[in-house]
Design a protein around this ligand. Structure first.
Ligand SMILES: [Fe+2]
Ligand SMILES: [Fe+2]
Length: 474
């Protein structure tokens, strides 16, 4: 018979992929040689650590351009809160990040990061014998009791502290209240780490440009805005009227932006009246898997999911696309389905290419088809967009016999649904041009043109890439 356990203390220890660590290491090494680092990384007045902690306006993540680390940390923090602590989802942001250099002989006394939500340490350099990060049992009464009764032991339940060994590329995350100390660096090389505090982001920050005049007002919002009464679309999980949530602006301009005079793409900007509200609702709706094939990479390397919304006529978004297609291409169209799809994509593992598997959206038994893509991410989340390609073997920008034959011969060329990232790139696909992702931008193009989601930087770890897609056919 054994007793039940209560009051567990969560601690997350993860090693990032070697390639990602190498990239971070190179950037931190370069940063340490800059004037900014010489100015900001200074010896602590109380401890033996050299740190940028005393320059609160400096952030090592921005100064060393550590976007991948920031995305990784936010992704892990989200999982820590939602999967481990079973708390409701919330947007997280970096409150503060600083670099710590422990020269041989340096150490740090016990402290907490009280005031933040989660904290973590990422180890950039960790030579052998550079010391562990030590977490004493936070239940003080139990620590005294173990000493008095001499019942400290090696088991997790009776340990008086836990020392986590550090190594390059390791990330250790904990709730900010948890006391910890850093052991003495007994190696002959420096131990370099990056400390990060996280907090819940005020809900309005993602979509509202932050005023430079009143930074205090923004950071002082500690209680996220409550949904307005009588405004169901502002709150997650509540019903919404499609045309109301996706209410369109009245002054929409159509811009035919042919890519290199070859691909007749059409762009309608600033389509949405409430892009922030759309992002909030779509981003808080659970998304189900899509293309989840046996032996595939979905839910291993990335989440490729879909949200499908039925459309009822009249639908203002469909009408605008219909008018634009008629005006630009001179074709009368109707929607191919009685629904629109949100493509919900998020990365788990490293990005393996600048774009997803190129493909055409051409379907049989249709005379003409037009792909319509509306970008839904917030301004600060946008990166990449949609890329267009030439299929080298047949020198074609559009679906043709040569492509169909090539896919028959080598299925890896086509989109099999097994992987989001292409196995074949340079020999087969030539990138012709791209359209940038902009919140509330509707991109329209004839479906026969080869295209793919464009991911030029490593993003979409901390939040999904959200695009709404529908097809108009003749
Ligand atoms: Fe710390
Ligand atoms: Fe497509």
């Amino acid at each position: 018979m054994s007793a039940d356990l209560y009051f567990a203390v969560p601690l997350l220890v993860r090693d990032v992929q070697p390639a990602i660590h190498e990239a971070i290491h190179a950037k931190v090494s370069a940063y340490l040689n800059t004037d900014a680092a010489r100015r900001d990384v200074v010896p602590s007045p109380e401890e033996s650590v050299t740190t940028s902690y005393y320059h609160p306006e400096a952030s090592v993540l921005e100064d060393a351009e550590l976007d991948e680390l920031e995305a990784l940390v936010i992704g892990m923090a989200k999982s820590f809160l939602e999967d481990t602590l079973k708390l409701a989802p919330r947007r997280l942001e970096i409150e503060r990040a600083w670099i710590n250099i422990f020269e041989p002989g340096a150490q740090e006394a016990q402290h907490t990061h009280d005031g933040s939500l989660l904290s973590c340490s990422y180890y950039v350099e960790a030579p052998e014998n550079c010391g562990c990060i030590v977490f004493p049992d936070p239940i003080g009464a139990r620590r005294s009791y173990r000493q008095f009764t001499q019942t400290a032991g090696p088991d997790l339940l009776t340990r008086s502290d836990i020392a986590v060994a550090v190594q390059p590329g390791r990330l250790v995350m904990f709730e900010s209240w948890l006391p910890h100390a850093v052991q003495c660096n007994k190696s002959d090389k420096p131990r370099i780490s990056i400390a990060i505090n996280l907090r819940a982001a005020p809900e309005s920050v993602a979509a509202t440009p932050v005023s430079t005049e009143e930074p205090e007002a923004v950071s002082a919002v500690s209680n996220p805005a409550q949904p307005a009464v009588g405004d169901p679309a502002r709150s997650a999980g509540k019903p919404f009227l499609f045309n109301e949530l996706f209410e369109l602006r009245s002054d929409i301009g159509i811009d035919l932006q042919p890519i290199k005079e070859q691909i007749p793409t059409v762009v309608l900007d600033n389509l949405l009246k409430h892009p922030d509200r759309v992002r909030e609702v779509i981003g808080s709706t659970p998304a189900t898997n899509w293309k989840h094939e046996q032996g595939g990479r979905n839910f291993i390397d990335y989440y490729d999911c879909r949200l499908r919304f039925p459309i009822r006529h009249p639908n203002s978004l469909v009408s605008v696309a219909q008018q634009a297609i008629n005006k630009v291409y001179g074709v009368n169209t109707r929607p191919s389905d009685a629904s629109v799809d949100v493509n919900w994509f998020m990365q788990i593992d490293a990005r393996r290419a600048d774009f997803a598997v190129p493909h055409s959206d051409i379907t049989e038994h249709v005379r003409r088809s037009f792909t319509c893509i509306l970008y839904l991410n917030a301004p600060d989340e946008c990166s990449g967009g949609t890329a267009f390609f030439r299929f080298r073997p047949s020198n074609s920008l559009t679906f043709d016999e040569g492509y169909a034959r090539a896919v028959k011969d080598d299925s890896r060329i086509g989109e099999t649904g097994l992987d989001y990232w292409p196995e074949t790139t340079g020999d087969v696909w030539e990138l012709v041009g791209t359209v940038d992702m902009v919140p509330g931008r509707l991109l329209i193009f004839p479906s026969e043109y080869f295209h793919a989601a464009h991911h030029p930087v490593d993003s979409f770890y901390a939040f999904p890439r959200l695009t709404l897609a529908f097809w108009m056919i003749n």
